[in-house]
Write a protein that binds this ligand. Structure first.
Ligand SMILES: [Fe+2]
Length: 252
């Protein structure tokens, strides 16, 4: 079974992820070892502070896909971004501050500072929905306002937003409370995606297979959590398409 990793910082020179092309190559090889067939390269975007370098991003993505093909790895990269939410994000998106959605789908990966207020999360979800996007909340296990009030998870799920958890949170042997929280999320069926959020080939490396092995032992039917189910990969996103006048999906 080939996995789909919807959250990864393996493109070099764009954020705090891969340092250079050697590291990107090592990460692509790790992806192959982990049986990952598709990666959404979610470079950090902080549109409240600076414009996303779309042209440079697309050029780097294309080069990384070429590298993967040359190495014969069978790992395909798709466009995406991990967007740091601020109230101005949706305006910026509408104004044409161009940021790739997740693999051209109607989903965007958004993150917050760990101490974010619950209301800010709800506002973000609503504002993105208003312009036609489903929010995928990155590494939700980080947010204090959620793990301290578990009922809020159900409220968030009721909005239609989707929840992503990092593979590392299961792999790193979480402490008692974190383990209990992760277990609840799993058994409630609240998690939609497990993704690596890989930043390098060493620390915060690709660890999808390891997380899969841990989870599948406890929950044999939950392999789909590693499959990016529901993203409709390949479907073009109007914002991205309008931005460049052509679909930005990179063919396998
Ligand atoms: Fe990330």
């Amino acid at each position: 079974m080939a996995f789909i990793d919807i959250h990864s910082h393996l493109l070099p020179g764009l954020d705090d992820g891969s340092r250079d092309w050697d590291m990107t190559e090592a990460m692509l090889r790790q992806a192959k070892e982990d049986d990952i067939g598709c990666i959404i390269a979610t470079t950090h975007a902080d549109p409240a502070r600076k414009e996303f370098p779309l042209a440079k991003y697309m050029e780097t993505l294309e080069k990384a896909n070429l590298l993967s093909r040359q190495l014969g790895l069978g790992v395909t990269l798709y466009p995406g971004a991990e967007i740091m939410y601020a109230d101005s994000v949706t305006e910026r998106l509408l104004e044409g501050n161009r940021i790739p959605s997740l693999a051209g789908s109607r989903h965007t990966l958004i993150e917050f500072y760990p101490g974010v207020k619950y209301d800010t999360i709800l506002t973000a979800i609503r504002r993105l929905a208003y312009i036609g996007y489903t929010a995928v909340l990155a590494h939700i296990e980080r947010y204090e306002c959620l793990y301290k009030k578990y009922d809020r998870i159900a409220e968030i799920k009721a909005t239609g937003a989707k929840l992503q958890v990092n593979c590392g949170s299961f792999v790193k042997k979480p402490g008692f409370f974190a383990a209990r929280y992760l277990d609840k999320l799993l058994t409630d069926g609240s998690i939609n995606f497990l993704a690596t959020d890989a930043h390098s080939d060493t620390v915060r490396r690709i660890n999808m297979k390891e997380a899969y092995d841990i989870i599948i032992k406890r929950r044999p039917d939950d392999g789909w959590l590693f499959q990016g189910v529901g993203l409709g990969i390949g479907e073009p996103s109007p914002i991205v398409t309008e931005a460049e006048g052509k679909p930005l999906i990179v063919a396998p």
